[in-house]
Design a protein. Structure first.
Ligand code: ZN
Length: 157
């Protein structure tokens, strides 16, 4: 009798450990939530809805050690996809609200909209997509109150 109780608890413990490693821990970091909500709001305003898709993605702040990489969308075959935003960049005082929006929208563009990079320029040489790869010399990145709406249109088109 005693043994079977022990076995029961042992299997319960291993089940808990298994779900930590094998399970899908899907969360949105509270600091990123506002920007994820904005993405959804912009999608909704254009008649689109990605609520269910976003719920499958683990979205977190993490130290990314590859230089110049501010975020990444990781596609996982046997577990949920993940977006990681570089924590140092996020916490730098010089990183503006629009900078943060840009990097979150860019990664959601990869993970949710399945978009690749696009480095085209408009007539003034300004990057015409949020999916700009971040280091191409084809265009100059500007993301401001003036062109934000157009770039978001382009993202969801
Ligand atoms: Zn990218």
């Amino acid at each position: 009798m005693k043994t079977s109780v022990q076995i029961f608890f042992l299997s319960l413990i291993s089940l808990v450990i298994w779900s930590c490693y094998g399970g899908n821990d899907v969360n949105v970091d509270p600091e990123l939530q506002e920007y994820v909500d904005r993405f959804n709001a912009e999608a909704n305003a254009r008649g689109l809805n990605f609520d269910l898709r976003i719920e499958e993605i683990d979205i977190s702040l993490a130290e990314i050690f590859s230089s110049g990489v501010l975020g990444q969308c990781v596609n996982n075959e046997d577990r949920n996809d993940a977006i990681q935003i570089d924590e140092s960049y996020w916490k730098e005082p010089t990183t503006t609200d629009l900078d943060k929006e840009f990097v979150v929208f860019h990664e959601l563009g990869h993970c949710v909209l399945n978009r690749g990079h696009l480095n085209t320029a408009d007539v003034d040489g300004i990057c015409s997509s949020i999916m700009y790869n971040g280091n191409s010399t084809n265009c100059n990145l500007e993301y401001n109150a003036e062109n934000r709406e157009d770039l978001i249109d382009e993202l969801f088109q």
